[in-house]
Design a protein around this ligand. Structure first.
Ligand code: BEZ
Ligand code: FE
Length: 293
């Protein structure tokens, strides 16, 4: 009687990998060929390392199918998957600016929306988002120190309940806006003090986190995308110092240089003369964009 061992003969396994890699050899685009051949090698090595069973791979396909079914124009489960696997932050690290003075980047996340309202300098991006009023200011400069007048700054954030506007029913825009830096590269706006929140965890990615004993929380943050001609576009966050989730961000996005003190103020007059009848907060964050040759 033939004896079956757990491991198939390594030669037979390698032959499958070799055949698939060779099948891509004729890809006319060099970069595409490099990527699909490398992907094949690494995927096959993974399956061999864990001795993937057919049942497990069927569960994997079911997981990916579930991610596809829950994805629509407002919910992007594949971005979440990339984020919780650290692939988003690894890609950020691989493509990080060479200049050490440049502001560090972090994950883009799934909640950016094109076409956010233009807000004048000193304007309020909250637009009804719930939370403690928060004054954010700073400057945008190039790596040589020169101010980047007119730099475009997109800002977006969750409200104090931890939800972005797009997570609510209806089309209300709140907690997001687009500003232009002033003549000296300065910027300032009102928003709400960021709050920690869970990434959407009612789908396959949430079930993966639960099954592996990981949490869905992100530390409080405000998203920024900053663009200026001749400079590398920066995608980053401002994190709040003291947040309990700074050392366990579900998507690994925290970098020390992005953590900022948010000052607390009693009711009174804000820095722009606004009268506040509630406590408010403020933070300063200076931005340096890497000049491209
Ligand atoms: C966010 O910060 O908006 C975010 C990032 C990654 C996954 C989910 C949300
Ligand atoms: Fe966020």
């Amino acid at each position: 009687m033939q004896e079956f061992t757990h491991d198939a003969p390594p030669g037979r396994e390698q032959a499958v990998t070799d055949e698939v890699v060779a099948s891509f050899a004729g890809a006319p685009d060099d970069r595409l060929r490099e990527i699909v051949q490398s992907l094949t090698r690494h995927l096959h090595a993974f399956a061999r390392e864990v001795r993937l069973t057919e049942r497990e791979w069927a569960a994997g396909i079911e997981f990916l199918t579930g991610a596809g079914h829950i994805t629509d124009d407002k919910r992007q489960e594949f971005v979440l998957l990339s984020d919780v696997l650290g692939l988003s932050m690894l890609t950020v690290a691989i493509n990080a600016p060479a200049a050490p003075e440049a502001t560090e980047s972090t994950v883009f996340g799934p909640f950016f929306v094109e076409g956010a309202p233009e807000v004048p300098l000193g304007g309020d991006i909250a637009q009804g988002a719930k939370g403690v009023p928060c004054w954010v200011s700073g400057s945008v400069r190039s790596t040589d120190g020169s101010p980047l007048a007119g730099a475009r700054i997109d800002v977006w954030e969750a409200d104090e309940d931890g939800f972005y506007d797009v997570q609510y029913a209806g089309d209300r825009t709140a907690g997001r806006g687009r500003l232009r830096a002033g003549a000296g590269g300065e910027y300032r706006f009102w928003s709400v003090r960021p709050s920690p929140y869970p990434i959407p965890d009612d789908g396959p990615v949430g079930r993966l986190l639960a099954a592996t004993g990981r949490g869905p929380m992100r530390p409080a943050h405000l998203h920024l995308r900053v663009e200026a001609p001749g400079h590398r576009t920066l995608v980053t966050h401002i994190f709040v110092a003291g947040d309990p989730y700074l050392d366990r961000d579900a998507v690994f996005g925290v970098k020390d240089d992005l953590v900022v003190e948010f000052a607390e103020h009693p009711p009174g007059t804000g820095p722009d003369g606004r009268e506040l009848d509630t406590p408010w907060a403020s933070a300063r964050f200076d931005i340096v964009l890497e000049a491209l040759e």
